[in-house]
Design a protein around this ligand. Sequence first.
Ligand SMILES: Nc1ncnc2c1ncn2[C@@H]1O[C@H](COP(=O)(O)OP(=O)(O)O)[C@@H](O)[C@H]1O
Ligand SMILES: [Mg+2]
Length: 356
Amino acid sequence: MIVGALSAWVVASLLGPAIFHVHLLRSGTSDPGVVQHTEEAFATASAYSLGGALFAALVTSAVVSVLVTRRIARQLGQVRHASGRIAAGDYTVQVPSVGMGAELDDLASAFNTMAAELARVEQTRTRLLSDLAHEMRTPVATLEGYLEGIQDGVVGADEETMTVLLHQVSRLARLAQDISLVTTAEEGRLSMHRRPVRVDELVGTAVRQASGQYAAAGIDLTAEVPGAAVGAVVEVDQDRIGQVLTNLLDNALRHTSPGGRVVVRATRDAESVRLQVADTGEGIAKEHLGHVFERFYRADSARDRAHGGSGIGLAIARSISRAHGGEVTVSSAGHGQGTTFTVELPLMVPAARRQR
Ligand SMILES: Nc1ncnc2c1ncn2[C@@H]1O[C@H](COP(=O)(O)OP(=O)(O)O)[C@@H](O)[C@H]1O
Ligand SMILES: [Mg+2]
């Protein structure tokens, strides 16, 4: 404001008198007394009006500046206050926008997005911990019960007891292994030995490994690899993709009744290969479809707990598929309609074609 006023004053006092002087002489006045008096009158009039105008400008711009600064400060104060609440662990804060231009509105909305994302992460973290505790409780309680029984002499340390104890211990060990696998894969630290593998080989191995269990359960298991897909090659870690298929086949077995049918299918298009595991089992209701890949998620927890699954199988399948640049998806027409899981992997382009 001061710089503006000073430059206005300097410019006006340099230009005004000179222009006035020229015009005065052109009007034909030659009496030096008149000229001097008229110029003095101009100087006084200019000084008063310019001084008054500059003062008024100073006052109004000061008032406007204070108002604008206050609104900006209020918005920044809200952001500062909200950061404090977030630092204290309250993720529900929202910063309202005060309509002070796009930059501040952007700041407010970026801040709100950040708070919402932090809230989501925190919620996932809490749920994971409580699910994990829940998962560990049953085996640990069983172990404790049996060991106390042995100590008190109520339970004999015979082979049957040992089998139960070993089973619970291996359940805990598998839980730890599964969790560390998912975590490693999600952090992108999964060690992989990728090499070209034919899809018919992948499908064949998985089906062969599962066939014993399927036969025992009375469920028909078949592999379907149409001619077009037979020679298709994907560059994968064979063991890990094998584990994905094993997890899917394991689920299909568990959720299909005797007399049902499970098909492992491979198809290909120009860029990718699809491995499908389709069953004629109990299906998955719509409300669960979006969640089955989450860690510890079970569509029917009461029954599945008895089956020993901890709800990590599909999370593992997803993170391994993603680590290969692929994806796994699920579809089911609903309860009793069967389920199809699809693993999509990028097709390996032969070196010759890549060069061309
Ligand atoms: N083929 C299937 N048919 C019906 N439901 C399934 C099938 N595969 C998975 N699900 C549902 O998805 C849930 C998560 O599967 P998963 O992550 O493998 O955990 P788990 O097998 O340990 O229960 C299962 O509990 C089940 O409710
Ligand atoms: Mg499973």
